[in-house]
Design a binder for this molecule. Structure first.
Ligand code: GLN
Length: 293
């Protein structure tokens, strides 16, 4: 066995090897990362490790695990190495043009679902800046009779969104549309959601390296004050009449943006329907409706 390599190791021993290497390099969450890398690169289920942990890696498996470990040790996030992540329990593939789905964004899905009077109704959903399509896929997984449009200005993101919607079984209820925010869109939607770019430009250089280097800046950069996307969304949704009467607009926000985004919404003629906090207790999602809607 070459020193520092997984060659000749069993699955379980390879897991210990990866975990130990990451821990020695000072990574938080070394054990979890090692597990994701092993299962992801070898295409295994957790049960394969439990039931057949003593099976030795093939030379090809060892080589791909070693390559994945080297990438992780150089600071690349696990989701980027695997090109896939999980959101709302659904497998989601990623490209360089899509954000890695964040657990916080599951709060957006929860808040949007909670705002719906009837989850079994025929609902028209719209996801602005859909990226990997993870939010729309999550919504469609909970709304059996809903249809959805995922909109993005990136063709690479849209191709990935389409893949993820089809692979999760929603191809017949979802379409993707290329558009700069709402510019190319018509229609009425019962639910409009978005996790837009909302980081103030000057803050971007201070973000965690894993985000700053590996997430697409277009999906993070909210302009000088971080609010550009919200302005575009409120203006587009309002002027195009995209929100149906009684419909909900649910937006992910930065932890310190609840007041400013609410003010923008109010000025554009939307009424506040609720604020949801994330697991860390930060303001994370705002819901709006139409006045009298
Ligand atoms: N919450 C994201 C982060 O961790 C920001 C995502 C966004 O701008 N929509 O940086």
């Amino acid at each position: 066995m070459a020193p520092g390599s997984s060659h000749g190791l069993s699955r379980r021993a390879a897991l210990r090897h990866c975990s130990g290497a990451l821990e020695a390099a000072g990574f938080n969450g070394a054990a979890g990362d090692a597990r994701f890398l092993l299962l992801g690169t070898l295409g295994l289920e957790a049960s394969d490790l439990l039931l057949a942990g003593e099976m030795p890696l093939s030379p090809e498996e060892a080589a791909s695990l070693d390559a994945a470990l080297a990438r992780r040790l150089s600071g690349e996030p696990v989701a980027r190495i695997l090109g896939a992540w999980e959101f709302w329990g659904l497998p989601i593939r990623l490209t360089a043009e899509t954000l890695v789905p964040r657990p916080d964004t599951e709060i957006l899905v929860e808040a949007a679902l909670a705002a719906l009077p009837n989850r079994n109704a025929i609902l028209r959903c719209l996801d602005l800046g859909t990226g990997s399509g993870c939010i729309l896929a999550a919504l469609l997984s909970e709304l059996p009779r809903a249809f959805g449009i995922g909109l993005d200005r990136s063709t690479a993101a849209l191709a990935m969104a389409r893949h993820n919607l089809v692979a999760n079984g929603f191809g017949g209820r979802a379409a993707v549309v290329i558009s700069d925010w709402c510019d190319a869109l018509r229609g009425h939607f019962d639910l409009i959601v978005s996790n837009p770019p909302y980081i103030a430009r000057a803050v971007i250089p201070t973000l965690d390296r894993e985000v700053r280097v590996h997430d697409p800046v277009r999906a993070l950069d909210g302009g000088i004050d971080g609010l550009d996307a919200y302005r575009r969304i409120f203006d587009g949704v309002r002027s195009r009449g995209l929100l149906a009467a009684g419909g909900t607009l649910a937006l992910e926000i930065g932890y310190d943006q609840a007041d400013t985004v609410s003010d923008l919404a109010k000025a554009a003629g939307f009424s506040h329907r609720g604020l949801t906090r994330d697991l860390a207790g930060h303001d994370r999602v705002l819901c709006f409706g139409l006045h009298n809607g």
